[in-house]
Ligand binder design. Structure first.
Ligand code: MF3
Ligand code: CO
Length: 254
């Protein structure tokens, strides 16, 4: 069953989403060569707590940190550790926060210093793929419309679409129904209704989209070691379309 949220619940989801947005903004100036992913995790943890929220990832199915940090060929679920970021790296930071029982979920891929043109291309077009997917959202549209738009955009730009990992509903659980794949067929899948809340999260690769799970049982990376990017927003379906809950002023007027 896909939940339809009341306006009170949407306010709480918006608050949680805003905390996630603020956490990304707080971390941005620290994303530089020399910082470790563990230090970023600690900063995010303390910031989320300071906002009267909790980091939803911490302890989720045993995950040992507050955020996921996935560097270069890592796609998602990287565990923060002693690795120091280097100039030219890209890092995907996935943040989920819970406020009064409601979650917000957003991932963003950042450049560390100066990155090469291929990485710039990957970041630019994965971010664009997120907004191309979001544009499909309105009451009466279907989940497959989102995935088909993302897949078409990615394929046109010669980027790989990771199929094993999908977006999801967001609410009192971090992962709820429905699945929101980054591929699909227009006109197929569940129908979107006003008040549904979903996370759309394209994960695109510069090379092959085949994945590999590391021995830590969490980190997922590309099999061919090509770089991957991940952009994610939590949104609510509105009467006219959708509203981004994890974005800034710019996103709110999108
Ligand atoms: N946004 C990530 C996801 O949807 C959050 C993962 S938290 C973790 O998969 F604990 F599972 F890593
Ligand atoms: Co997510």
């Amino acid at each position: 069953m896909i939940s339809i949220r009341s306006s009170r619940e949407i306010d709480l989801l918006e608050h949680a989403g805003h905390i996630v947005y603020l956490t990304h903004e707080y971390l941005k100036p620290y994303i530089k060569a020399g910082i470790t992913t563990h230090e970023l995790d600690k900063l995010a943890h303390d910031f989320i707590i300071s906002q009267d929220a909790t980091p939803s990832c911490l302890g989720y199915e045993g995950f040992p940190a507050s955020i996921c940090t996935s560097v270069n060929q890592e796609i998602v679920h990287g565990i923060p550790g002693n690795r120091k970021l280097k100039n030219g790296d890209i890092i995907s930071i996935d943040i989920v926060a819970c406020y009064k029982g409601y979650h917000g979920d957003s991932a963003w891929t950042y450049a560390v210093g100066e990155i090469d043109d291929d990485s710039k291309y990957l970041l630019e077009h994965t971010k664009k793929a997120l907004y191309v997917g979001l544009k499909e959202i309105k009451p009466g549209a279907r989940i497959g419309d989102i995935g088909s738009a993302i897949q078409e955009y990615a394929t046109t730009h010669h980027l790989g679409v990771v199929k094993e990992l999908v977006g999801h509903g967001v609410g009192t659980d971090m992962h709820e129904e429905p699945d929101v794949p980054n591929y699909g067929v227009k006109g197929s899948g569940p129908i979107l209704k006003e008040g549904m809340v979903i996370a759309v999260e394209p994960m695109l690769t510069f090379g092959s989209p085949e994945i590999c799970i590391l021995d830590d049982d969490w980190t997922i990376e590309t099999e061919d070691y090509s770089r991957a990017a991940h952009f994610e927003h939590t949104v609510v379906v509105t009467k006219e379309g959708y509203k981004i809950l994890t974005g800034g002023e710019h996103d709110k007027s999108e």
